[in-house]
Write a protein that binds this ligand. Structure first.
Ligand code: FEO
Length: 396
């Protein structure tokens, strides 16, 4: 698909309408796109990022349609194959082209795609590259989303090419985001799944990105932002320390005992004015779970013991939470067991990256009795107290 962004600047990437899973892990219910950008200068022509190898033919066809006879530079903002995977095919078609990237990304591309070292032009942070009357400026921005990531700014046109950063897995025939709730949710889902572990770095980057005052932010997934303020403001909120008055409650139950504790905790928290977001771990949508993690202060995991260990779905949830490194401050665990086990030890072993304060766990032998459920009420009260200390209760 070809879109004109400005005179001599085109989007030439590919929309992957039917893709539903990324990295064989992340659900992408609205498909995705791999955006690639062609820039004609008076002297040189550059391509910024390529497309997933599955879509190489579409990129090459688009370049032919635009009558690109000579390509001087292929800028690689990121080594991951959904953006770099077509570089070898582009270099085959345009043997004079050089791959422009930073030294770390060069090493990764040599490993991942076996691109020879002599094909690279290595750039430093804030280095500029002239295309004639147009100039590319490169900003190293590690960890959005790998250690080698960088952003490329087309200075005269004020277009910032951000690769994964500010992207969304959203297949659309439109070039620009519509700024509605759906677009924002897809962008938030993407942030939560991909960028949340790096929110501290992103917070720093937002400052100088804002100072650039880009006219357009052009990520390599999903629509472009012609009003950058919209997505910059949303990111500013997501990476902030702001929290909501809610509890995430991922849970699973085999014979209903843990379920009784879950139901009691939901009621008890709601009675105290706290929102609850339960997730059945047997049917969890990872994206929705990640979105709710963005501003959750508290998570309570509820799972039974299977033989001598915790239910494996609880391990999966704890592993994901640990990997996504959300803002969580408080953690609770509750569940039932039959004859013992080390469920809590197994969960704690998964949460090594989180700096959370843990509530007293509630482990119940068999079906919970009323005195067990009163302990669940006490947990709800302990959570409410912590939320009060965080000033999360709004005045009504
Ligand atoms: Fe879209 Fe990190 O690749």
């Amino acid at each position: 698909m070809i879109h004109k962004i400005a005179d001599g600047v085109f989007s030439v990437g590919s929309v992957h309408w039917e893709r539903r899973v990324f990295d064989e892990l992340i659900p992408i219910p609205d498909g995705t796109s791999y955006n690639s950008f062609l820039i004609f200068g008076k002297e040189k022509t550059a391509l910024v990022d390529t497309v997933d190898p599955e879509k190489t033919h579409e990129l090459l066809t688009n370049l032919e349609k635009l009558k690109v006879e000579r390509l001087d530079f292929v800028v690689a903002n990121h080594a991951e194959q959904d953006h770099s995977g077509s570089i070898p095919a582009v270099l085959k078609k345009y043997p004079m082209a050089r791959v422009v990237t930073n030294s770390k990304c060069r090493g990764m591309l040599m490993d991942l795609l076996h691109i020879p070292e002599e094909k690279f032009l290595v750039v430093e942070d804030r280095e500029e590259l002239s295309l004639g009357e147009r100039t590319l400026k490169f900003f190293l921005a590690p960890w959005v989303h790998w250690p080698e990531t960088m952003l490329t700014y087309l200075m005269e046109d004020k277009i910032l090419f951000t690769c994964d950063l500010f992207g969304s897995h959203f297949a659309t025939s439109r070039l620009y985001a519509e700024e509605d709730a759906k677009v924002l949710e897809d962008a938030k889902r993407y942030y939560a799944e991909i960028m949340m572990p790096f929110r501290v770095q992103i917070r720093k980057y937002l400052k100088w990105i804002g100072e650039l005052e880009p006219r357009i932010i052009a990520p390599s997934h999903g629509p472009l932002w012609k009003n950058p303020e919209f997505i910059l403001k949303a990111y500013g909120e997501w990476v902030s320390d702001n929290l909501s008055n809610k509890v995430l409650l991922p849970h699973i139950s085999m014979h209903g005992s843990t379920r009784r504790m879950v139901d009691r905790l939901i009621d008890s928290l709601v009675e105290r004015g706290i929102d609850v977001v339960p997730f059945d771990l047997g049917k969890i949508d990872l994206g929705r779970f990640a979105i709710e993690l963005v501003d959750a202060p508290t998570l309570v995991l509820a799972a039974p013991t299977v033989l001598v260990g915790v239910h494996p779905m609880a391990i999966y949830a704890a592993y994901l939470v640990n990997a996504l490194r959300p803002k969580l401050k408080y953690f609770g665990f509750m569940g039932s067991f039959g004859w013992g086990g080390r469920a809590l030890d197994h969960i704690k072993a998964q949460l090594t990256s989180l700096k959370v304060e843990s509530f007293e766990p509630i482990m119940v032998k068999g079906l919970p009795r009323e005195e067990d459920l009163e302990k669940v009420d006490s947990l709800a009260e302990a959570i409410a107290q912590k939320h009060r200390e965080l000033n999360l209760f709004k005045e009504v």
